[in-house]
Write a protein that binds this ligand. Structure first.
Ligand code: 0O2
Length: 242
């Protein structure tokens, strides 16, 4: 005979799991708000937006389970909370490499953000060609009865780096994590081309900025010149003649 289900325990587990997942959703909302503020303020102050777009997701329960198994962790919420740091994940796509570091610095300086880990795969790309800046941060979430410091992974990369990573990710899973050698080489070449494009675009961007700055200076010079109305000028000329 089947043992009767303990509904009160199931209900408790459901509440616990929902609260567990909610914390990550709130963490994403907090970080997204921060990014949104930086984006808007930067646009206003510098007339330029360093962020192309932002994507965020809470890892699915299936992917969390896979990671628990991969890391050989016991399946309890406290352990998962402590050891899996990318349940809340945000990806920021920037226009230029310099913007990546600028955004990372602006986030790192915020008092309520604690940077736990920083991996710079831009300065030190992975052997396959992968480039991106990864931050693992903790951010406090204020709930009705407690404050939780929630781990969040932030990946910051250019559009070219993102394009490459998405394709590589697809190929990686298509070949069941063993990419054939010739394709690996092609991907490495593509990563180098993406890098060249990033460098070229940044150079052009800097040149355009220089021209813009020079134009603004000229504009200011013109604005600084006091322009007298012709009537005043003729009075001045008359006074000089006498
Ligand atoms: P998914 O499917 O994107 O979630 P961790 O396993 O996170 O504790 P790890 O792998 O050392 O530790 O962290 P790392 O190197 O910072 O990588 C974290 C994430 O960066 C990965 O998550 C990928 O999203 C991305 N990433 C890292 N290396 C590569 C790469 O070579 N190619 C691509 N396309 N993405 C990469 P997951 O959980 O591994 O995968």
């Amino acid at each position: 005979m089947d043992t009767p289900l303990d509904y009160s325990n199931i209900k408790k587990l459901k509440v616990e799991l929902t609260r567990f997942m909610m914390a990550y959703k709130f963490a994403l909302e907090e970080v997204n708000t921060k990014i949104n503020i930086l984006q808007q303020e930067f646009q206003y102050m510098h007339d330029y937006n360093p962020i192309e777009h932002v994507k965020s997701r809470v890892k699915s329960p299936e992917s969390i389970m896979k990671k628990v198994q991969k890391k050989d962790l016991p399946f309890d919420l406290a352990t998962i909370r402590e050891h899996i740091h990318d349940i809340a994940g945000i990806r920021i796509n920037c226009s230029f490499v310099s913007d990546i570091y600028r955004i990372a610095d602006m986030l790192e300086q915020q008092k309520d953000i604690t940077v736990i880990q920083k991996k710079d795969y831009i300065k030190n790309p992975k052997p396959n060609g992968y480039k991106s800046l990864h931050l693992i941060i903790q951010i406090p979430i204020f709930m009705s009865d407690r404050v939780e410091n929630v781990f969040t992974e932030i990946q910051i990369r250019t559009i070219a780096m993102d394009f490459w990573a998405s394709l590589e990710h697809k190929i990686y899973y298509k070949y069941n994590k063993v990419i054939p050698e010739p394709l690996q080489k092609e991907l490495k070449d593509a990563a180098l081309s993406a890098n060249e494009l990033d460098e070229k675009m940044e150079r052009i961007h800097k040149e355009v900025n220089k021209i813009k700055a020079a134009d603004t200076l000229d504009q200011h010079r013109d604005d600084d010149q006091v322009v007298f109305p012709p009537e005043i000028l003729s009075i001045i000329a008359e006074t000089k003649d006498h």
